[in-house]
Design a binder for this molecule. Sequence first.
Ligand SMILES: [Zn+2]
Ligand SMILES: [Zn+2]
Length: 460
Amino acid sequence: MAFTPGLRPGVLCRFVSPVGIHRTSASRGGGSGGFADGGGAVSPFDSNAWTIEHRCTQCGAPINLGETDRLFACPFCRVKMCLTTTDCFRYYLPAPDTATPGIFYAPYWRIKGMSFSCDGDYEVRESLLDATHRASNDLFIPESLGLRPQTLKLRFIAPGTGANFVKPSMAFDAAFSEIQAALPPYTRADQSAGPFYSTFVGEKVSLVYAPFYIRGSMVFDAILGEPLHTTRFAEDFSPPQETADGTLKVLPALCPNCGADLEGGRESIGFFCTNCNSSWYLTGSSLERIPFSVIAGVDDDPLNLPFWRIKARFQGITLETFADLVRMANLPRAIKKEWESQALFFWVPAFKVNAGLLLRISRLVTINQSPQGMAETDTPPAAPYPITFPVHEAAESIKVTIAALMATKKKLWPILKDLTIFPVESRLVYIPFRRQGRDLINMSMQFSVSSNSLKHGEHL
Ligand SMILES: [Zn+2]
Ligand SMILES: [Zn+2]
């Protein structure tokens, strides 16, 4: 799809379907075993990635960050910091000529997330949603940011930025509804029924402000210096301004318990302190200590992948014990008596992968429950893989995992819309994987994941 600068489509959406991930194997039932994960597929996720120009809060040196970066070290003063925000990250695209009179910055909601749909033909479909929509009811402002040249860089809005930021007048939910309405229908035209259930998981919502100015009644794009191709004209535009407050938090990446450097990847939202053997989760304003378990492996040099083990209460379905799950998924196993009282946990990757792989891994680890024959220990995990997928987003994915596991979809999918899930408990658990060529293999559960597919999960 080609976009002409200045002439922007209503909504920018890219539906990404790398080879092998567009459809899950949901309709094939919940059997165990290996899976293909499309790891060799193209990585399409960088085409609309922004770079953020930041200044080190310690020494003032310029630092370029990726949009998904949460942990970074200043290349000059070497201080390690992590980034978080009390509500959502706010960025602006600086106007090239700030001397132009009357520049104002219009707000856009930016959303990146995984979309799942339980369709009328009893298949789970997944895709990546990447869209912007104006966060303003002022109709002369273009509906979406469109594709912008990669040379443009974002900056964080900070107190003292000193520009005229228009206060958002359209709530995220309203903008999101418009984004959804503009999406191509998931269901095929020959289907009379719509999806039984659809959801977005891993919503990354931020606000991006873009500069405009008005001459006469014409609105100009202040980056291109060109009038907008719009039939709507702006008159007497004096919107309320946004107060640039302190929603951005820059925290030292030091263990709050012992002061040692925290370990993690650049997109980490959870960190490890090997000095005092503690793990820390990045909330909106601080680092909070979280409990963790490590499942002992048989290999000397495993890679430990982090998972959220979540217990939930359900309204609309009986799903309390492992036996309930075996029955619902019609797993080819004879139900043991102890399974009737074994609490059911949902296992969701605590690392980012594409939507199809997220669902497949969740299903496979969940139907295995705690890998059998392995004990949990409190020793620190060897080579812990970075935690990049938040626990609340993991909890949001449970319903679609259940939908994919349901054996009698014709009978059960109609209840999905009335099914309510209340997560009651979560725990970080590391599961060991053996490195074998390009694959990571868990022998106990007998499944593998290509290390390439983990790389592709970055920047999502
Ligand atoms: Zn510095
Ligand atoms: Zn520590």
